[in-house]
Design a protein around this ligand. Structure first.
Ligand SMILES: Nc1ncnc2c1ncn2[C@@H]1O[C@H](COP(=O)(O)OP(=O)(O)OP(=O)(O)O)[C@@H](O)[C@H]1O
Ligand SMILES: [Mg+2]
Length: 367
């Protein structure tokens, strides 16, 4: 088929493809190169999604804005010096990094904040569940799993992958437990993570291909509930005669006492404790968050000609029931679903127009 094509034109085609690849890379990292948002910009944008967690949003948006501004400045400078070679530019950047540790109860928005932030910045995001890791136990394999995921999230583009965000969920589950039971694997998994977070050159094997991938510019965010950490911190505060809110006095020492490796915790210099969501927060999540489950249902019902409305009392009741589930904002999904199931099942009915759900309606449906 290609017999008629001369070696010369084949070479030209190869060059063109190479050029196109380069342009695609540039296009893909353009988001980072042109990044110029301030912490306040990001926080404001985040407010439309994440309700409450004012301190958390401030800390995360500041860390993220600084991280990508530094990368952007370094890339711009390096691109001039390296004539557009992004990989070389990335290798030459020496900007320090402030990985983030988020502590807080389940369903309060730890993962959600990080995901939203990465969406707002426009970089690749991967979510890794650390509980899976402690079960598997073989550390080397696990760390490279994360890199493969990151590469996929970046559409196979290593330059893009190298500037993404990796969220390490349930990091507290790899703590070495000395109280309830002895778990020796936790330590090994934590040691394995050290290398990954440190960003040494890694090689990812995909099929026959070997792709080298550095994590030096990847922003790591770790999250966990850290049950009973509060008790540890308060005890230490009492011992040292320190007063105030434990959330403002958390030290690496406390996390070490919890069972985390000091070296690993040291690599997460930015630490923040999230709040338990209040009834009012849960109500606001339903009515104001752009990803609200309730707003999604209201939208769905519109296509059936129904305008769903919940009275303020109904919203309070739903929020209170969700609170009782003890799963944070996740509880809203199941409660709202239970309230609306019968009505949704009955569609299409003969009725169209306004459909007001009030307090007693909610109570009746939930029993
Ligand atoms: N503060 C919040 N504002 C708006 N929505 C929220 C908030 N917190 C949680 N949600 C909603 O609840 C879902 C679950 O929250 P998320 O995944 O962030 O929990 P988490 O804090 O990471 O909990 P876990 O410790 O169980 O992983 C989110 O996808 C989001 O829809
Ligand atoms: Mg989570």
């Amino acid at each position: 088929m290609y017999d008629g094509v001369s070696e010369q034109s084949r070479q030209r085609i190869r060059e063109k493809i190479g050029l196109l690849r380069e342009e695609q890379t540039f296009e893909a990292v353009r988001e980072v190169i042109e990044f110029d948002r301030t912490p306040a910009d990001i926080k404001t944008a985040m407010d439309g999604f994440v309700i409450g967690q004012e301190k958390g949003k401030k800390v995360v948006s500041t860390a993220i804005a600084f991280h990508y501004r530094r990368l952007s400045a370094a890339l711009k400078e390096a691109l001039v010096e390296n004539e557009g070679d992004i990989d070389l530019a990335l290798q030459n950047i020496r900007s320090p990094r402030a990985n983030i540790l988020i502590i807080g109860p389940t369903g309060c928005g730890k993962t959600y904040t990080s995901e939203t932030a990465s969406r707002l910045v426009g970089v690749s995001f991967v979510h890794e569940d650390m509980t899976r890791f402690s079960e598997v136990g073989y550390v080397g394999q696990n760390a490279s799993d994360i890199l493969v995921d990151l590469l996929f999230a970046a559409g196979g583009n290593p330059s893009v992958a190298q500037m993404g965000i990796v969220y390490l969920d349930e990091i507290d589950k790899i703590a070495t437990e000395t109280v309830a039971y002895k778990d020796v694997s936790g330590k090994g998994v934590q040691k394995g993570l050290l290398q990954l977070v440190d960003g040494a050159e890694n090689t990812v094997h995909i099929g026959k291909e070997r792709i080298s991938l550095s994590t030096r510019h990847v922003l790591f965010i770790a999250g966990g509930a850290f049950d009973n950490l509060e008790i540890l911190v308060r005890k230490r505060m009492t011992r040292q005669g320190i007063q105030g809110n434990w959330k403002d006095h958390l030290l690496t020492d406390d996390l070490v006492a919890f069972g985390m490796e000091r070296q690993l915790m040291g690599r997460f210099p930015v630490k923040v404790v999230y709040d338990q969501l209040t009834t009012q927060d849960l109500k606001d999540i339903m009515t104001r968050s752009a990803d609200s489950v309730l707003l999604a249902y209201i939208n769905d019902l519109k296509s059936w000609g129904i305008n769903l409305e919940l009275t303020d009392n109904a919203l309070t009741e739903v929020a209170r029931r969700a609170e009782q589930e003890g799963t944070g904002a996740r509880g809203l999904i199941s409660v709202i679903h239970r309230v609306l199931l019968e009505d949704m099942y009955g569609l299409p009915g003969t009725y169209t127009g306004k459909f007001v759900v009030d307090h007693s309606y909610v109570k009746e449906r939930l029993g």
